[in-house]
Design a protein around this ligand. Structure first.
Ligand code: PMT
Length: 398
């Protein structure tokens, strides 16, 4: 269940006797290094205390649609944006019915409407209620809506009945739930991603760099990993931890990044250049620290053009599918389209970096995917969600 590592999991708990199992689900998710937030329906408070789930998740519990502590008092939107996936466990017959009819009259149901990521439920109810044709119709509606149904299990029930309807054990639920993160769309493909900034030294203590945090590139590498690819992540200096289960290469300059890319290019299927590579570097690297000269009001450096890493990939005769980014502050789409042609790319991702809430060093992004034939706009979302869409797009077109 490694695929749940570092994921933001929203756990919905509804009012049934199996609600006690939600505590074990939170504990297991935390052990897997997932970040967990819990949304409880009012009736679930009768079965498990918010304090228990708050202590285990190390996050405040949400129950109210209008939350004075949430940004703009709308916790459903904040939580829907935050989550990578939503699991409702246990999920009662009543909640299944309300989800199937698209209700939005409490926090949990409004989140399911506002959330565009994957949703799973672990049904828990009496065997006769589960078999009832109305429940089955509701479950079919959810399946048609891409909801993953984990269970239910068979056996003795709290009411004494025997049959199908009890909630699966937490480990069984999480096993099924974790499959949401394995799309398998890039199985047996090798993907090389560049991320972060480059640093071009001026002297031993100074360098030329930019504001790239690496978040976009690391998110793309993770999304490719989740799609089943073998991933090489070549990163300039960032504050991020190297993701697990991929080949991580740390570099500093554009020259080092170029060499690492060339070294790992063999049998690569997809190359994604999301790094913010310095277009120019100081022509000369001073051996010693440049001293302040009191007599001089200004000093100047000569810069020379850096090697173009993307062109080095797209000019190969046996080349992979080559994806570039275009970080632009004006005429974003026009300039990106020009780069698509001049760098001979299969796809370019236009990124408006004139704003502070998207692009460089932000949690979110908004991009347009441009191919020689089409444009495809991806509206503002977390870099994780955007990356998943980019990887899905690439897997469709390669
Ligand atoms: O790292 P974050 O804080 O998450 O921010 C993400 C991002 C804004 C850095 C990212 O989304 C992005 O836009 N990356 C590209 C930045 C960039 O250098 O853009 P550019 O338009 O200058 O370059 C065009 C393309 O050529 C890029 O794919 C770049 O990697 C590549 N390039 C540029 C120069 C060079 N010498 N070699 C290259 O390969």
């Amino acid at each position: 269940m490694k695929s749940l590592q570092n994921k933001n999991i929203l756990l919905g708990v509804t009012g049934g006797i199996a609600a006690y199992k939600s505590a074990e689900i939170v504990r297991s998710l935390k052990k897997m290094n997932a970040d967990v937030r819990v949304v409880m329906t009012k009736s679930s408070h009768e079965f498990v205390t918010p304090l228990t789930l708050q202590a285990l998740s190390a996050n405040p519990i949400s129950s109210d649609l209008l939350d004075i502590n949430a940004e703009a008092a709308m916790s459903h939107i904040e939580l829907a944006r935050w989550a990578d996936a939503l699991l409702i466990a246990p999920c009662t017959a009543e909640t299944i019915s309300r989800l199937a009819s698209g209700r939005g009259d409490d926090l949990l149901t409004t989140i399911t409407l506002a959330f565009d990521g994957p949703i799973a439920i672990a049904p828990a109810m009496n065997q006769a209620m589960w078999r009832d044709s109305r429940t089955q119709d509701n479950v079919s509606k959810l399946v048609a809506n891409n909801t993953l149904i984990c269970g239910p299990g068979t056996g003795e029930q709290a009411c004494g009945d025997v049959g199908i309807g009890r909630m699966l054990e937490p480990e069984e639920v999480l096993n099924i739930f974790s499959s949401l993160f394995k799309s398998g769309k890039l199985i047996s493909k090798k993907v090389v991603v560049t991320a972060g900034p480059t640093q071009e030294p001026i002297d031993p203590v100074r360098y030329l760099t930019n504001r790239s945090s690496g978040k976009m590139g690391y998110a793309l590498a993770n999304a490719a990993l989740e799609a089943g690819a073998e991933v090489v992540l070549i990163s300039g200096p960032t504050d991020l931890n190297a993701p697990e289960h991929l080949h991580f290469v740390s570099v500093r300059t554009a020259k080092e990044m170029h060499e690492a890319v060339q070294h790992h290019l063999n049998s690569t299927d997809i190359f994604i250049g999301s790094a913010a590579v310095s277009d120019y570097k100081p022509s000369k690297e001073y051996k010693n620290k440049i001293k302040k000269d009191k007599g001089k009001k200004s000093i100047s450096f000569e810069l020379e053009e850096n090697i173009d890493i993307l062109k080095g990939v797209s000019s190969q005769t046996k080349r992979p599918f080559v994806v570039g980014f275009a970080a632009e502050t004006q005429d974003v789409i026009k300039n990106a389209r020009e780069k698509l042609g001049s760098k001979n790319l299969d796809l370019i991702i236009a990124n408006d970096v004139s704003k502070t809430d998207i692009g460089f060093d932000s949690e979110e992004n908004e991009v347009t995917l441009i191919t020689p034939r089409d444009d495809y706009f991806i509206s503002k979302n977390s870099k994780k969600a955007i990356s998943k869409k980019i990887i899905d797009f690439i897997s469709e077109v390669i």
